[in-house]
Design a protein around this ligand. Structure first.
Ligand SMILES: Nc1nc2c(ncn2[C@@H]2O[C@H](COP(=O)(O)OP(=O)(O)OP(=O)(O)O)[C@@H](O)[C@H]2O)c(=O)[nH]1
Ligand SMILES: [Mg+2]
Length: 475
């Protein structure tokens, strides 16, 4: 048996206080367990898809006045008898009702167990089940749209078409094998070539959509790095239009990384303000911050390298390096040198020059010489912020294909699609080399296998447990 027949129970709404909270029971005993703690009506004699008012009681004590909704198998989310108890949303009440259910024999549901049961009872395929998690987690309209497409089975439908054609063809090939003496060809090779071409294009489009899918599902990580006092925290605040991070003219103000999200044209950007990086520092805490900044650079999709004029505070510097400068106590030279180091480490960097209000032509020339594509702004005065937002958006979308229709947002699907594509290429090579029908049939099977792992037609128990364990409890 793939899963237990026990009746499971969980809170279906978020934990904490709310106007109502819903507890869901699913399994053969859902109705009888609910009846044991419910006073008002005989639930077992009520039809499916009806709602009933009554009291939840613990012996003689009334816990809450509730509404109970009945969904009888197979017309429920899980395909089993299901009860939803809508209580008042107090954590205490919800905990009491959960306890009563478990006392009457229900088991606390594991993460994703409701959806896992829905899948095992054939209510949805695996790709659809996985979309449930995405729909619930979606933060933007575009992420929601992609997840809904998956939930409604659009993605599965696209794959199913390819699968059916392949199955048809492999059946014909296998038929040929039965008549191998007679040297007949039931399976039209030219048509099959076309079919493989079409399937390859479709699978490739899905693979390409993953980058976009990933962008809309997980957002884009943007690290803001630069030397102390460059104005990184001021820039974060300006982008968010909020006084989120502490700003001061003391170098080393930000000691820890700060992460906030920003929605630009429907795409989520995860902005990370970091501690200033200098080539060397003797301050132990600052050094920890610097190590984190380096990590942030590695993990980011885009790195904003922020530079600005710095007060050298140093007579010696004035004469040794800045003789021509009209602003002899300020230089951007060191910041540019550090920026060049970062550009050498990563190709994800964009150079942004802050404190534009302080720049002289001399500085601009120096910057333009090294970074002709630099973006200028003044974070403190909120000048150039919308231009930077547009730049971030363009950069994020530059190497993704914004496709219509199915979008792959799931790394597991992406991996299986790549395997499918490889199998298709192998079939094609086999056909070109006039491979015998039985070997060809093997390759087709392999291809079908990978397609099947996406929708769950081919799967193992371990894999299912892993997939559903990533859900949260109550789904
Ligand atoms: N003139 C001018 N000053 C600015 C601008 N943006 C920020 N500042 C000032 O620069 C100083 C440093 O700003 P922060 O945002 O704290 O700098 P930071 O890069 O976060 O510094 P650390 O956290 O120490 O690494 C503050 O006094 C800001 O007011 C600007 O556009 N023009
Ligand atoms: Mg800061």
């Amino acid at each position: 048996m793939l899963f237990s027949q026990e009746t499971i129970v969980a809170l279906a709404t978020p934990p904490g206080q709310g106007a109502i909270g819903i507890i869901r029971l699913s399994g053969n005993d859902a109705l009888s367990i609910a009846q044991k703690i419910f006073q008002g009506k005989d639930l077992k004699s009520q039809p499916s898809h009806t709602t009933h008012f009554g009291k939840i009681v613990d012996g003689s004590q009334v816990i809450d006045e509730v509404l109970i909704t009945i969904f009888r198998a197979p017309k429920s989310y899980t395909g089993e008898d299901t009860i939803e108890i809508s209580c008042h949303g107090s954590s205490y009440i919800l905990q009491q009702v959960l306890n009563l259910c478990t006392q009457q024999g229900a088991l606390l549901a594991k993460p994703g167990e409701f959806t896992q049961r829905a899948f095992l009872n054939g209510k949805m395929d695996l790709a659809q089940a996985e979309s449930v998690a995405d729909v619930i987690a979606s933060q933007t309209a575009s992420a929601h749209q992609a997840a809904m497409y998956g939930l409604r089975g659009g993605f599965s439908h696209d794959l199913q078409e390819i699968r059916e054609e392949l199955i048809k063809f492999s059946a014909l090939i296998e038929l040929e094998l039965d008549f191998s003496e007679e040297d007949v060809e039931f399976a039209d090779r030219t048509k099959f070539f076309e079919l493989i071409e079409g399937a390859k294009a479709k699978i490739q489009a899905l693979i390409d959509s993953f980058k976009f899918g990933n962008v809309i599902k997980n957002g884009i990580k943007v690290a803001i790095v630069g030397r102390p006092n460059a104005g990184k925290s001021t820039l974060l605040n300006a982008l968010l239009n909020d006084e989120r991070a502490i700003v001061s003219d003391i170098a080393g103000t930000t000691r820890d990384t700060i992460e906030e999200t920003l929605n630009i044209n429907g795409i989520i950007f995860r902005l990370i303000d970091t501690a200033g990086i200098r080539s060397h520092s003797t301050d132990a805490i600052e050094n920890i911050g610097i190590a984190r900044s380096k990590k942030a650079i590695e993990a980011a999709d885009i790195v904003i390298v922020l530079v600005a004029l710095e007060n050298t505070n140093n007579e010696k510097n004035k004469h040794s390096i800045l003789e021509d400068s009209p602003n002899p106590y300020y230089t951007i030279r060191f910041a540019l040198m550090d920026a060049e180091d970062i550009f050498e480490q990563t190709n994800k960097a964009i150079l942004v020059v802050n404190k534009e209000d302080m720049l002289h032509d001399f500085d601009r020339q120096m910057i333009a010489h090294k970074f002709p594509n630099a973006q200028y702004l003044s974070a403190k005065n909120s000048i150039g912020i919308s231009e930077l937002k547009q730049l971030l958006y363009n950069r994020a979308m530059s190497d993704v294909h914004a496709t219509e229709g199915a979008i792959v947002t799931n790394a597991r699907h992406q991996a299986a699609l790549k395997e499918t594509l490889q199998a298709l290429l192998d079939i094609e090579t086999g056909m070109n080399n006039h491979l015998s029908g039985d070997l060809l049939a093997l390759d087709i099977r392999r291809c079908l296998h990978f397609l099947g792992t996406i929708t769950g037609q081919v799967t193992t128990e371990d894999k299912l447990d892993y997939i559903f364990s990533k859900f949260c409890i109550g789904k």
